[in-house]
Design a protein. Structure first.
Length: 550
């Protein structure tokens, strides 16, 4: 492990050139605080983003970011290697979440005579039944979903359709289905190679299966390097994309609703958000799990419910909408980038939404109460299905249907990848387009959507705080001081994110999150045989359990 002082010295030394650059620039031109922050992050963001999102040419005018190619090829490999487990194990996954197999997994002690804590706790499970973990399968699922279900489903889908047309929806769905296999592999490994301390606290994620798993295969040094690189990127991503971006967008949506300019209002909004997040994250993964298991399903039901109402109200238009989706997927015109362009947009947006292959979800799933690693991998494959195949598709259908009937915007008529033009050529963000689509069918629903954005942002921050903390502990140790330092920093970034325009900070944090893909996918491929063995063991146990019940 690194010494804390040594790591802080390295980080500080690394930032000195950029701080100096910002100061020199500020001397020439009087910059705002936002500009100074951007000046620090822009050189790093440009360099890191240029490497991670390096455009690989596909011929003609088409190119695809390097990281997306890795994600797609990895998902295809896992789908084939595990004999389409992303489809064949869906039924099993639902049964595991429901608790159908808890009797042989981890709940025997809950019904033991004289059990003082019905429902179980971590000490009881270790002492009585040999199971390790802190949260249930359902809590682990919702904790991980809370990090992926959010602005990507509300705003990202709108951007994808506006840029690539309705056909992007088809490729988003396909990417979500393939991503299920990646989630299965990484979350199985997260449980298999986790470390559990004497008090029952779980430490897991790619840092551990990269270092411990590859050590078993005689690649200890290589695994350690990958693990350290992953941890550093995860910490950066937790402060940026998993925190500041979420706080910033939530503040912009809520404050904008009241027509108030940001600044002081953003600061106080950030303080309130930091208090809410702080109360939860001080309690650790069990507190996070207990909150997300209530918030995430509630938000998803409201959002999907409203989408289904709108789709039902426009039942006669559904065939035409699906016709546009399928036709656009295979016959997109040049204005939308052609078929290859639409495919790339769909796969990119799905990858950015469900994070399959990034490795982040494995950190949350590693804390589950189970004796069988594959059981949680099977549960995890539901995430891309819920996030992309269900929720993203619902959003897409609402936008396509309402645009069919009311002509809200022209497909492909965009300023850039994040800013759209409405029917009167006014600039609007992805959230604005989704709000407009929902409002046109259910007047006033944009207020509900605003609240959903805030709740999605909070739930995402909760999960990413846990991801970053686990990576932080891997690098700096598991002492209380290190724990408190990270949480205070995280809460400080909540306030900062709510108060300023982020600019290059977002480019930087996005690049860090997707830089996690490279070490993670390499490790997943090398450790796939271990996952196959864990799946064989769990399937045999299920078969034995069913035979005993019959």
């Amino acid at each position: 492990m690194f010494k804390l002082k040594s790591v802080l010295l390295i980080v500080f030394s690394f930032l000195i050139p950029f701080i100096t650059f910002a100061q020199e620039t500020a001397e020439k031109v009087e910059l705002t605080f936002d500009d100074k922050v951007d000046a620090i992050f822009k050189p790093i963001a440009d360099w890191l983003g240029g490497k991670i999102f390096y455009p690989v040419p596909l011929g003609g005018d088409y190119s695809v970011p390097f990281v997306i190619i890795i994600l797609i090829l990895g998902a295809l490999f896992f789908t084939i290697y595990f004999k389409f487990a992303n489809f064949t194990l869906i039924g099993t996954a639902i049964k595991v979440v429901k608790g159908d197999y808890d009797e042989f997994d981890h709940h025997e002690a809950d019904v033991a005579e004289g059990d003082p804590t019905p429902g179980g706790d971590v000490f009881e499970t270790i002492a009585v039944e040999g199971a390790e973990g802190e949260v249930t399968h359902f809590q682990a699922l919702t904790a991980a979903l809370s990090a992926t279900v959010g602005l990507g489903n509300i705003a990202g889908v709108a951007v994808a359709i506006a840029v690539g047309g309705p056909g992007a929806t088809f490729w988003m769905i396909l990417a979500g289905l393939l991503g299920m296999a990646s989630k299965f592999v990484e979350c199985t490994l997260g449980v298999k190679y986790r470390e559990v301390t004497e008090d029952g606290t779980v430490h897991g994620g790619p840092m551990y299966y990269l270092s411990r798993g590859l050590k078993e295969r005689g690649m200890a040094g290589f695994g350690k390097v990958l693990a350290i690189f992953f941890a550093i990127m995860c910490i950066g991503g937790s402060f940026g994309g998993g925190n500041m971006f979420q706080a910033n967008q939530a503040a912009a949506q809520l404050i904008g609703r009241f027509g108030i300019e940001s600044g002081a209002a953003g600061f106080w909004f950030g303080v309130i958000m930091a208090i809410i997040v702080g109360v939860v994250i001080i309690g650790g993964i069990k507190r996070i799990g207990s909150v997300t298991e209530k918030v995430v399903p509630f938000m998803a039901v409201i959002f999907v419910g409203a989408a289904l109402i709108i789709i039902g109200m426009n039942f006669s238009v559904i065939p035409e909408a699906f016709g546009l989706i399928f036709n656009g997927a295979f016959n997109a015109d040049a204005a939308l980038g052609g078929v290859i362009g639409v495919l790339i947009v769909g796969f990119q947006r799905a990858a950015f939404s469900n994070e399959a292959g990034v490795g982040s979800a494995a950190i949350a799933h590693s804390a589950v109460k189970t004796k069988y690693a594959a059981s949680e991998g099977i549960v995890a494959l539901l995430e891309p299905f819920i996030d992309t195949v269900v929720i993203c598709t619902m959003t897409a259908l609402v936008i396509v249907i309402t645009n069919l009937k009311q002509g809200l915007f022209e497909y492909g008529d965009v300023v850039n990848k994040e800013v759209l033009l409405n029917a009167t050529n006014e600039r609007m963000g992805g959230v604005d387009l989704t709000s407009l689509a929902f409002d046109s069918a259910i007047p006033g629903f944009s207020w509900v959507l605003t609240i959903a954005v805030v709740l999605f942002a909070i739930s995402t921050m909760l999960s990413w705080s846990y991801y970053g903390l686990q990576a932080w502990k891997y690098l700096f140790g598991r002492g209380k001081v290190a724990d408190i330092v990270y949480k205070l920093l995280f809460l400080g970034f909540v306030i900062l994110g709510s108060s300023i325009a982020l600019g290059s900070v977002i480019d930087f944090s996005d690049a860090m999150i997707f830089a996690m893909v490279l070490p993670n996918v390499i490790g997943l491929i090398l450790l796939s045989p271990k996952v196959r063995e864990e799946l064989r063991i769990y399937k045999a146990k299920i078969k034995e359990f069913k035979a005993a019940k019959s």
